[in-house]
Design a protein around this ligand. Structure first.
Ligand SMILES: [Zn+2]
Length: 245
């Protein structure tokens, strides 16, 4: 039931993940269904098409044929946000489109969000929660003995994941990793990774008007932009411009 270690794609970072990926995918599905049930989907055909077109190109290079990819645009102009859940469930809020502008800007956001899912950042967060409750030795003993405390901790972490759902905040290092992996994804999908830097600069300029959700979990800072610029050469190796579809 437990797979303890794996390495992150692109960065090769060692990860400790205590829950099976199937559990993350199941949680992703539940969160997605609940979010969509409460949401109003956009009827702006041009924007919906843009989200699907960009999303499908990112999905193609994400190399997860087992994911059941789905891309939806939620009609909420005041919500500057987007998310991707394990299993390939992606949502974009119309509020972020004024910052993403064209396809490449949107690819920067979707690449970043899909990276969180691919690198299993949610699973890592949940695992950290389980560990905090039981400790490593406590955990392995409890699992061996099928201790109800272990099962309880897993259920609780699982429940936290479902409740917090799409708003589950990632750590600073996970954010940086998603930026880096996201650049590679957008480049592989045929979008110029320099457009990610341009997007973050637009977010920085606009952040004084109203603090959007995306910025509370994704601070647009000089530091973030400098780090993105540092990773551009790596991403550019994968970039082959493709004709606009
Ligand atoms: Zn993020």
């Amino acid at each position: 039931m437990f797979s303890a270690c794996q390495t992150a794609p692109v960065t090769g970072r060692y990860q400790l993940i205590l829950i099976p990926e199937s559990m993350e995918v199941e949680m992703g599905l539940t969160s997605y269904k609940e979010t969509l049930k409460k949401a109003k989907l956009s009827e702006d055909k041009e924007s919906v098409d843009r989200v699907r077109r960009v999303g499908e190109r990112i999905a193609e290079v994400a190399d997860r044929k087992d994911y059941k990819w789905e891309f939806n645009l939620i009609d909420a102009d005041k919500v500057v946000n987007a998310f991707a859940l394990p299993g390939g469930k992606v949502a974009v809020y119309t509020g972020i489109l004024k910052y993403t502008e064209g396809d490449a800007g949107l690819a920067a956001v979707m690449g970043h969000e899909v990276a969180h899912a691919l690198v299993r950042h949610g699973g890592e967060r949940i695992s950290a929660g389980i560990l905090a409750q039981l400790g490593m030795i406590g955990l392995s003993t409890a699992i061996k003995n099928k201790d109800p405390v272990a099962i309880g901790a897993i259920n609780q972490a699982y429940g936290i994941g479902v409740n917090v759902g799409v708003l589950l905040p990632f750590s600073r290092s996970q954010e940086l990793e998603a930026d880096r992996v996201g650049l590679v994804l957008m480049a592989k999908a045929g979008y110029d990774p320099n457009e990610a830097v341009a997007f973050w600069k637009r977010m920085m300029k606009g952040k004084d008007k109203a603090p959007p959700e995306f910025l509370s979990t994704h601070p647009a800072t000089d530091k973030r932009i400098r780090e993105l610029e540092q990773w551009l050469p790596e991403a550019m190796k994968y970039y082959k411009p493709s004709p606009p579809s």
